[in-house]
Design a protein around this ligand. Structure first.
Ligand SMILES: [Zn+2]
Length: 307
């Protein structure tokens, strides 16, 4: 059967929150089958567990935030993207502040941490949520239009289109299709960094956001160009980061999706709305397990892909 996965050893990272600027320690620990991915706020007088799930998402402004009661964890999407890319089902994430460290602004550091800890199989079948009917959410009209869609697909593929009117983005690809069956998440997607514009940074800081952001954890652009000395990691790094984010946002479902996702200018809010819309329609999905590699979609087999 296709089995669930966790990590072999615990591993730690220290960094700052992108928005809070707060120093945070994070410990990733192995978890039993069927635990799911659980964030634990160990800094609170009484530690609080926050299990991922579409309904646990409580705020989607600038980043995806999950909550349990008053306890929150902000900016979970890059770590969730790494878990999706490596197929991690069960994991405890102990955290000492209310935001996941931004590290280098991509998912690459989380991939490195998880791989260093060792990915291991567990003696329980991995459950997938297979989309049976197209589900779509839309917002805005005219130039403000954005949408996101899930449709049936034997595997997991994402098509993302952006439309940033900015010289540095215009000159790069604004459309990417990524298919998990390629096994190239780590190489082709995970290293794409978050991005921002200097003109927005002052306004964000005035609102207590982006306090930990800078050239070492984001692509920063003025009105004309990328300011990072090293330039871009991929020619189409911007739209690849949108794919990275979407993978993280969708993995907050708590179950790996078998679907084709496509989106136009979508973000954290619409991605979460899409999951809620899907769950509202019981005929639109089913839970499945696979007896062997032959049945499973390519990229989801028992053999770990060669990262
Ligand atoms: Zn992001």
């Amino acid at each position: 059967m296709i089995q669930q996965r966790t990590i072999k050893n615990l591993t730690r990272a220290v960094g700052v929150g992108l928005h809070s600027g707060q120093r945070v320690e994070m410990t990733l620990r192995p978890a039993q089958p069927d635990t799911g991915i659980v964030f634990r706020r160990v800094d609170l007088p009484q530690p609080v567990d926050i299990a991922v799930g579409a309904q646990a998402v409580s705020d989607t402004r600038m980043a995806s935030t999950i909550s349990e009661g008053d306890a929150k964890v902000h900016t979970v999407e890059h770590l969730m993207s790494a878990c999706c890319g490596l197929g991690i089902d069960n994991l405890y994430i102990d955290i000492t502040a209310e935001e996941v460290p931004i590290l280098d602004g991509s998912a690459a550091s989380f991939v490195f941490l998880l791989q260093s800890a060792g990915v291991v199989m567990q003696a329980s079948p991995r459950r997938f949520l297979r989309v049976l009917k197209p589900v779509e959410v839309r917002q805005g009209t005219g130039e403000q239009t954005k949408w996101a869609r899930l449709e049936p697909f034997h595997g997991f593929a994402l098509q993302f289109d952006i439309e940033f009117k900015h010289p540095a983005v215009d000159s790069t690809g604004q459309s990417v299709l990524f298919d998990m069956s390629t096994g190239s998440y780590t190489r082709d997607i995970a290293r794409a960094r978050t991005f921002g514009f200097t003109k927005d940074v002052e306004m964000m800081r005035a609102n207590g956001l982006a306090l930990g952001g800078g050239l070492d954890n984001a692509i920063v652009m003025d009105d004309y160009k990328v300011l990072n000395a090293g330039g871009l990691r991929y020619d189409d790094e911007f739209v690849k980061h949108k794919i990275l984010d979407a993978m993280g946002d969708l993995y907050l479902l708590g179950t790996p999706l078998l679907a084709k996702y496509s989106a136009f200018r979508s973000g954290h809010a619409l991605n979460n709305l899409l999951l809620r819309e899907l769950l509202r329609e019981p005929q639109a999905f089913e839970l499945v397990t696979f007896e062997n590699d032959k049945q499973a979609p390519k990229g989801f087999g028992q053999l770990l892909p060669a990262w």
